[in-house]
Design a protein around this ligand. Structure first.
Ligand code: CA
Length: 243
């Protein structure tokens, strides 16, 4: 059981079920249009109006997906993309780049920089949301299915079972939820605070070091059946599931 403490409640009103999209665009009408359509499609949306803001907002709270315009004040979209990709914490955040430039070279440059997909303006909202779903499905295949296989690990949500390399792994309920959360975001680095919010919930007050205890148990259980350590400890940042 998590250690209960008498600390002040952490303020957190966010939902952990809806995917969180950050839209980075300075053209207000387009921002409104994208925001409206993404919210309709079930996303929680925040908006950054320039490249520097985008970087700050991502550092504050990591989005599940970023819609990033190329032409931005202060810092160009391509530079934002490059910076996010150069940090281990944000390396795996899916990015869809918006561009008004049609030259093939620019597109390729965009993809080389690490964008997962791109859209050339003008585009339809239906296409944008479809592309976003496709990227999320590819990067977070585990979002909706009952039984998920990732690397040598199979997690069965219905049976509440975990199997690695054919051997069953016995996990406590917290370790199971931790693993499930990692599987939904393979490769992504989570801080202890983020894991607390996602796995324990924002209305439960536990100390951040409790996360380390449960990560330790999960790691031990996964290693018991052999294979490499799938949980990566990122110094001063948190934990990620290697894939
Ligand atoms: Ca723009």
């Amino acid at each position: 059981m998590p250690l209960a403490t008498a600390e002040a409640p952490r303020v957190n009103s966010r939902s952990t079920t809806r995917p969180f999209a950050l839209v980075v665009e300075d053209e207000l009408p387009l921002v409104e249009l994208i925001k409206y359509n993404l919210e309709k499609d079930g996303y929680e949306v925040e908006v950054a109006r320039d490249g520097e803001d985008a970087i700050l907002m991502v550092e504050e709270r990591q989005p599940d997906i970023i819609v990033l315009d190329w032409m931005l004040p202060k810092l160009a979209g391509i530079e934002v993309c490059r910076r996010l990709r150069s940090k281990s914490v944000t390396r795996n955040v899916p990015i869809i780049m918006l561009t008004a430039k049609t030259e093939e070279a620019d597109r390729i440059r965009g993809l080389d920089t690490g964008a997962d997909d791109y859209m050339t303006k003008p585009f339809s909202m239906v296409e944008l949301t479809a592309r976003m779903r496709a990227v999320l499905r590819r990067i977070r295949p585990a979002l909706a299915e009952d039984k998920v296989e990732i690397g040598d690990i199979i997690l069965d949500r219905t049976a509440h079972r975990v199997v690695r390399n054919g051997d069953e792994i016995h996990l406590g309920p917290t370790e199971f939820r931790l693993l499930d959360h990692f599987i939904q975001h393979p490769g992504r680095v989570f801080s202890r605070e983020q894991l607390l919010d996602a796995v324990w919930g924002s209305d439960v007050y536990v100390e951040t070091r409790t996360v380390d205890v449960h990560i330790g148990r999960l790691r031990k259980a996964l290693l018991k059946v052999g294979g490499e350590d799938p949980i990566r400890t990122v110094r001063s940042a948190g934990y990620a599931l290697n894939v």
